[in-house]
Design a protein around this ligand. Structure first.
Ligand SMILES: *Cc1c(COP(=O)(O)O)cnc(C)c1O
Length: 538
């Protein structure tokens, strides 16, 4: 027991493996990562062998031993998400101050569920919600001085990420749409079945474009709405919801006595970075009396940019807005938030208990899906203050500018095709050699379909090979562009949020993809492509 107590009381001895490691990390994090994250790809199945033992060790191992294990087997096989050439996902570099500040946050081990375990962290979290609420809704000072710290109101809720933020938004929307009415105690108490019976409908639905994030389907499942009731509305050639298709979908649902209670607009689709026409959606939501939620998990911080914030026009009319802090606010993984225009909106999900989150207390746990929750607000607060509005504006403008230049460059090349044009800092493209491009223009629809199928396999091969080489990473997804009659097309997807990514880095990405394509000359897919494109008449 005495030895065991030491791990809670005695600080790490100077000179130990762990403290040496800590020094290395503090002194030169980039160097440390470079040294420890190996580039070449090891098969996941092989890595699983190091993690196959399910016995908890009876006798303790030394901290130094475990540290060595982690360095060797985990750190070395982790992904270098901060690398300027890792441009495939939404997870990128962190500002240096996040590492020491995270350590303080962990050391304090606050629990935001109630003020008894968080004290100053609670007003701090509310302040951050107020700051971001103001970024979106820009209410007058009097609004914020009235509601920011009010025990009975919430400007939003912190959570673990965009998924839980979207669930929270739809949860509140559902409970308000099917709330208490006469004898009916509300869906919160009576459940979905009784709610449908009381309100006289056969089902309910949430409307979103076909580019909506899969977290909405999870939300629909959890909330008892049903995954099929996330009704995907057709998009236009720019991956934005078509208001006319939306209106006819609403009519169709109403004819079958299905009552849609929420409309979700996307501000920065995950695959293509496009923004729905939020103003038109706000009009339709108002007319149809639906809750209007904007999923700005990715694109929300675009509001910092004086140049680009107009692209999100209409977001200020949303009833709720999701923003992920661990994406474009550059905070470590594990924090997102949802904001509500009406500070009373979260009352619809409030839950109180006796020993905790008492009625009238300022405990944040009463209005969040999660119970115990870390003090991540401290990191968001720090980022907002240290980076500031201007800093974020620069970061946003830089990413969008970089995407624009890269997309223009791709458009000018005769062996690549831009598939979705960047509206923000995300876009898609693919390798398309001149012969295939000509054939796709001239050949009959059936042959075009065959060519695209082969190209899909080649795109996949290039993407996987590039990832395995370990120098650069782009992701891939599948889209249904109008230009190819909505056939499924596999594309490379780039997300440009790392401020250290440069035009040169991107030039190298393309160059490597071109080399991989060239190295495939004997590959059956290339031969098949040559066959299909050589004589379009055959
Ligand atoms: C990332 C993302 C989400 C989900 O957020 P998580 O933080 O991964 O849970 C939801 N919607 C959009 C548009 C996103 O980009």
């Amino acid at each position: 027991m005495e030895n065991l107590l030491r791990i809670f009381t005695v600080p790490e001895a100077p000179g130990s493996t762990l403290s040496r490691l800590e020094n290395d990390i503090s002194a030169n994090l980039a160097g440390f990562l470079q040294e420890h994250i190996v580039a070449e790809e090891t098969d996941l199945v092989e890595i699983e062998r190091d993690f196959s033992d399910t016995l908890i060790p009876e006798r303790p191992v030394y901290v130094s031993e475990q540290t060595e294990f982690l360095l060797d087997k985990v750190v070395a096989q982790s992904v270098h998400t901060a690398s300027p050439s890792f441009v495939g996902h939404m997870t990128s570099a962190l500002p240096y101050f996040m590492i020491p500040l995270s350590k303080i946050m962990i050391a304090l081990n606050q629990n935001l569920v109630k003020t008894e375990t968080s004290k100053a962290f609670t007003p701090l979290e509310r302040q951050v919600l107020g700051m971001l609420h103001r970024l979106v809704y820009d209410e007058p000072e009097s609004f914020y001085s009235q509601w920011l710290h009010d025990a009975h109101r919430h400007l939003g809720a912190f959570c673990s990420g965009g998924t839980v933020a979207n669930i929270t938004a739809l949860w509140a929307a559902r409970n308000r749409a099917f709330g208490p009415d006469g004898d009916f105690p509300g869906i919160m108490k009576a459940g979905m079945f009784a709610a449908m019976r009381h309100y006289g409908c056969e089902g309910t639905a949430v409307l979103v474009s076909e580019r909506g994030h899969y977290s909405l389907a999870k939300a629909a499942d959890v909330l008892g709405i049903g995954r099929d009731q996330i009704v995907a509305v057709e998009t236009d050639g720019h991956n934005r919801i078509r208001p006319d298709a939306l209106e006819s979908t609403i009519r169709r649902l109403r004819r079958s006595n299905i009552r849609p209670f929420a409309l979700v607009g996307v501000a920065g689709t995950t695959e293509t970075g496009n923004i729905d026409p939020l103003d038109s959606l706000a009009d339709i939501a108002a007319k149809e009396r639906m809750h209007f939620h904007v999923d700005g998990a990715w694109g929300g911080p675009t509001l910092f940019s004086e140049t680009y914030r107009k692209r999100l026009k209409g977001i200020e009319r949303a009833d709720s807005v999701t923003i992920d802090a661990h994406k474009q606010l550059y905070v470590p993984m594990g924090v997102g938030l949802v904001l509500f225009r009406d500070p009373a909106a979260l009352k619809s999900i409030e839950h109180h208990a006796q020993y905790i989150i008492r009625e009238g207390s300022k405990d944040l746990g009463s209005a969040t899906l999660e119970g115990s929750r870390p003090g991540m607000a401290m990191l968001v607060h720090s980022a907002l203050k240290i980076i500031g509005r201007r800093g974020y504006a620069l970061l946003i403008d830089n990413g969008i500018g970089l995407a624009r230049r890269f997309a223009d460059r791709i458009e000018a090349l005769d062996d690549f095709e831009l598939v979705s044009d960047p509206e923000l800092n995300i876009f898609t493209y693919r390798w398309l050699p001149p012969a295939a491009r000509d054939a796709l223009r001239d050949a009959d629809p059936e042959r075009c379909r065959q060519i695209n199928e082969v190209l899909n396999r080649i795109t996949r091969y290039i993407q996987k090979t590039q990832r395995e080489h370990g120098k650069a990473f782009v992701s891939r997804t599948r889209l249904t562009p109008e230009r190819y009659d909505r056939q499924l097309i596999t594309v490379f997807r780039v997300v440009l949020a790392n401020p250290l990514t440069t035009d040169e880095v991107l030039r190298d990405v393309i160059e490597e993809q071109r080399e991989i394509a060239a190295s495939m000359q004997d590959h059956e897919d290339i031969q098949r492509l040559n066959q299909l494109t050589r004589c379009p008449a055959a």
